[in-house]
Design a protein around this ligand. Structure first.
Ligand code: DQA
Length: 150
């Protein structure tokens, strides 16, 4: 049995590689996507990797995920700390959800310490850079119960 995992990236993550590299590292989002695909390759995990700067588009993608995907991994960027709309959408879908952040949001400004997404997530991985996406994939393979070794 295979599982389809939707990986969503929010605003400004398209600028990784040049954006505040001392915080987010030198990897571009395409580099991270390539590492995720390499890790999933040869397993029963199928990846759909997306980025949007638009809150509405992220909400649309979450709404459409039910029945198509088996789990959602999400780095909502700054919407993490502001978006009740994304929280509501995540609460609506009956899928395992893993929240990821490149930086450790609990070591930064106080406004980053609150995550609306966390209320809907099975778990949260924060502070391991792009490796966090690989850890999330590993956790998702358990949550989707595919028996996949990744
Ligand atoms: C981030 C953390 C957020 O606070 C910030 O707004 C981002 C990136 C991270 O991956 O560390 O855009 O989600």
């Amino acid at each position: 049995m295979s599982s389809k995992v939707l990986i969503l990236n929010g605003p400004n993550l398209n600028m990784l590689g040049t954006r505040e590299v001392e915080i987010y590292g030198k990897d571009t989002l395409a580099d991270i996507e390539a590492k995720v695909r390499a890790r999933a390759d040869g397993t029963a995990m199928e990846i759909d990797f997306r980025q949007s700067n638009s809150e509405a588009e992220l909400v649309d993608w979450i709404q459409q995920a039910q029945g198509i995907f088996d789990g959602i991994i999400i780095n909502a960027g700054a919407y993490t700390h502001t978006s009740i709309a994304i929280l509501d959408a995540l609460n609506m879908v009956d899928l395992p959800i893993i929240e990821v952040h490149l930086s450790n949001i609990f070591r930064r400004e106080s406004f980053r310490k609150e995550s609306y997404i966390a209320d809907a997530a099975n778990g949260l991985i924060t502070g391991f850079g792009g490796t966090g996406y690989l850890l999330a994939l590993e956790a998702m393979s358990e949550l989707t119960d595919t028996g996949t070794q990744i």
